[in-house]
Design a protein around this ligand. Sequence first.
Ligand SMILES: [Zn+2]
Length: 219
Amino acid sequence: MFVNIHTHRKPQLLDEICIRNAYLHPPKNTEIQYLISVGLHPWFASKMEEKNWVQTLQNSSKIKGCAAIGEIGLDENYPNMQQQIKAFHIQVEWAQEQKMPILIHQVKALSEMQLILKNFTQPIVLHGYNGAIEKWKQLNFYNNTFASFGKTIFNPSKKLIHCIQNIPLNRVFLETDQSNISIQKIYEQFALIRSEPIALISNQMQLNFESVFGKQKFK
Ligand SMILES: [Zn+2]
C-alpha cells in the first residue's frame, strides 16, 4: 500500500491511497473515488477578487472526501504577497476552526509562514519539502509537522539527503505532486537514501496517515 499525500492526478496504482489537490472547486460528490484537499493556492492569490471565494472554500471543505485544506501557503517567487498572506491567514483560521490538517506550499517565505501558523494546532504537511532538517525542526509546531518528499529526491542536494536520513520516519510523507513518476518509485528512492526496507517505509506511512486522517469521518 502506498500513501501519496499530495497529487494533482487520480490514483495511478490499485494499492495507492492519495489526496488529490482540487483547488477551490472539487469534482461533484459522486465522482469522488479518492480523497481530496481544497484551498486557494498562493499562485492564484489574485482569485481573491472572485466574489465569495471564502464561502466557496468553506462549502468545498465540507463535502464528502475532503481530508485537508491545501495546498495553501506563500511563494515569494509569485506576485501579490500581501494577498497571499491574507488568503493563507483566512484558510489557516478556517482549518483550525474545522480541526482539519493543512497541506503547505512554501517558497522563501518561512518567517511570514511561521507567524501565521503560530497558534495552529492541527497537523501540518510541508509538501515538496527540500529544505534542511533544521528548518523542519523550527516548524515542528506541537510535534505535529510532517515533511513530504517528492520528485526532488531523485536529484537531491546534500542537505536534502541529510534531512531524509535524519528526520524521524513518523514525521514523513511521500508524494508525486504534479509529476508523472509513480508513487512506488518515490518510495523506492526514499528507501534507498535511508537504507531501509521499502516495507518499513510503507507501513510507517500508513500509520502516519492513520494518525493524521484516521480520526476524520470523511462525511
Ligand atoms: Zn501541488
